[in-house]
Design a protein. Sequence first.
Length: 594
Amino acid sequence: MILPRRRFLGTSCTLLGSALLDVLTTPLWKWNRPLRVEAAVATTPASPVQFVDVAEKAGLTIPNVWGGIDHKRVIIETKGSGIAFFDYDQDGWLDIYLSNGSRLDAHWPAGKEPTTHLYKNNRDGTFTDVTERSGLARTGWQTGICVGDYDNDGWDDLFCTFWGHNILFRNNGDGTFTDVTKRAGLDQSHGRWGTGCTFLDYDRDGHLDLFVCNFIKLDPDKPLSPADMSFCQWKGIPTMCGPRGLPGETDILYHNNGDGTFTDVSEKAGILKPGPRYSITAVSYDFDNDGWPDIYVAVDSEPSMLFQNNHDGTFTDIAVLAGCAYNDDGHEQAGMGIGVADYDCDGWLDIFKTNFADDTCDLYHNNGDGTFSDVSFSAGVGINNSFVAWGCGFIDYDNDGWTDIVQVNGHVYPEVDKYNFGETFKNPRLVYKNLGNGRFQDVSAGMGPGITERFSSRGAAFGDYDNDGAMDILVLNMNELPSLLHNIGGNRQNWIKIKLIGTKCNRTAIGARVRVVTGKHAQIDEVHSGTSVMSQNDLRLHFGLGAAEVVDLIEVKWPTTQKVERFTNVKVNQILTIREGSGTYIPFSVKTAK
C-alpha cells in the first residue's frame, strides 16, 4: 500500500508518540534549529557489499577546480558540475569524462588553466588521460554533460553546457572530437548559464533532439567585479545571493533536422509557457506508458516541471496536476538531481529528486494514472534532511532484483563549518536499500569508506567500469579529486547487462524500453541521456537477477517503430548487445573485447 506523507501521518497517531508526531507535523520555519529525524544507522552492521574509493589508484589524479575554497562570493561558485561514464571508443569499456571550472579572480599561467578531461579505460582497473589527443580540453565553467549519437554515425557524441557558451562535440570515431556547435546551429548570440541536458527523440523520427536547462541570468561575458557582489543572509550569516531574487532563465528544446543541424523549437513546442525557472537537471522517459518520451525537470527554489508529450511536437507542463511539482505538503523545493526507476516493479517509472538542506528529498511513486504520490516518508527516504543533496540514482548495488538509491551531498556555504547549525560543508554519501516491499532502509553507515568519507560533492554517474557485473559510482568532488567508488561484493548475485543499438530508431537507442522477467519478477528500464545532477550514466541497462539462474524473458520495445523483440531462456551474468531488428543478441567477451 502506498501512503503519501499526509496519510502516513494521519494514520500513525496511535503508533507514534505525541512528541515525535509534533516534530513531523510542525513547519520547519517554526523551529529555531533545523529539524532532525535521525536515521537508525549508527549501529548498522557492515554490508556484504562495500564501496571503496580507488580514484587515485585508477589514475584519476586531476582535481576539480570550482570557485573559492573557504568562501563563495557569487552563486556560480557554489553550483559545481556534472560527470560522465562514456564509452567514447565503443570498445565495451566505460571511459570517464570530467568537467571542470575556474576561479573568479584567478590569473592562470599559460597552459596551466584547469580544463575538462577525458580518461580512457585501460581494461585493468586503470585509466589513461587522453584529453590532449581527443580535442576535448576546454577552460571555463563547464556545468552539464549528456551523451547521444545525434548524427546516427554509430559513435556517441558529447554535448557540454557551460556558464557561457555550450559546445557540441562530434565523435570522429578515431579517438578525437570536433566542435561542431556553430555548424549544427546550437551556437547562441550571447552567453547563458546552461546546466542539465538530455538527448531524446520527442517526435520519434529516428533522430535525437536536445533539451537544455538554463539556470539564472548571470552574464558570463561581463567580468564580475567586487562592486557586483552583493550579500544575502542564510540563518543569520552573510552569504552570496541566489537563486531567489535573481532573474530566472528559460529552457531550450532543439529539434534535430536529420542533416546534422538543429532548430530551436522551444516556443512552438510549449517549453516556454511555464516562464523562466531555475532549472538544473532534466531527464526524458515515458512516464505515462503511452510510447512517447516526456521530460521531467528538477527546478531550484520553484516548482519542478513535467512536460507531457502531446504526440504532435508539443508539450504541456502537467507537474502540478500530476503531483510532482511540489512536495506532499504543497511546498516548492530546491530541486537538484533526478533518478528514475520502477523501484516497486509495477511497470511504471518512479522519480527520486534531491533537494536543499532542511528539506527532505522526494520519492514520487507513479500511480499509473498520470499522477504521482510523494511517498518519501512512508517509503523511508524522508529521514535525512541535514544535507544539500545533489547527484543521485537508482542502482541495484547488490543485484537482488530491486533498485536501491544512492545520493551524494555537499553544502554550498563553506562558512557553515564555523557555526553550530548541525550541518557541515563536507558530507557522507547516502545509500537506501530497497526492501522489496515499497520501503527503503538507510544502510549508509555499513556500506564502506567510499560512502562514509566526507566531501562536498556535486555530480554522480553510475555504471560498471570494470565489467564485473557490480555497479560502480563516479562522483565529482568540489575542489578535490573525483571519487571512483568500486563495488566490492555486488556481483555475488546474478545479473544481466544490455547494450542496445538502433537501426530504424536513433543509433544510441535512447528511449528504448527493456523488460526483464525472471519467474514472477519483472523489471523495466529505458536507455536515457543525462540524469543525476547534470551528469551521464552508462548507456547500457543493468538488471540484478538475485538467485535466478536464467532470464526467462527479455523484451525490447524500440522507440520509433514501437515494435517489440523478445528473447527467452537467456544465460545470466552476461553483457549482451542487441541490434534493432536482428532478432538475436551477441554476448560481449571481456577477455577478447577490442
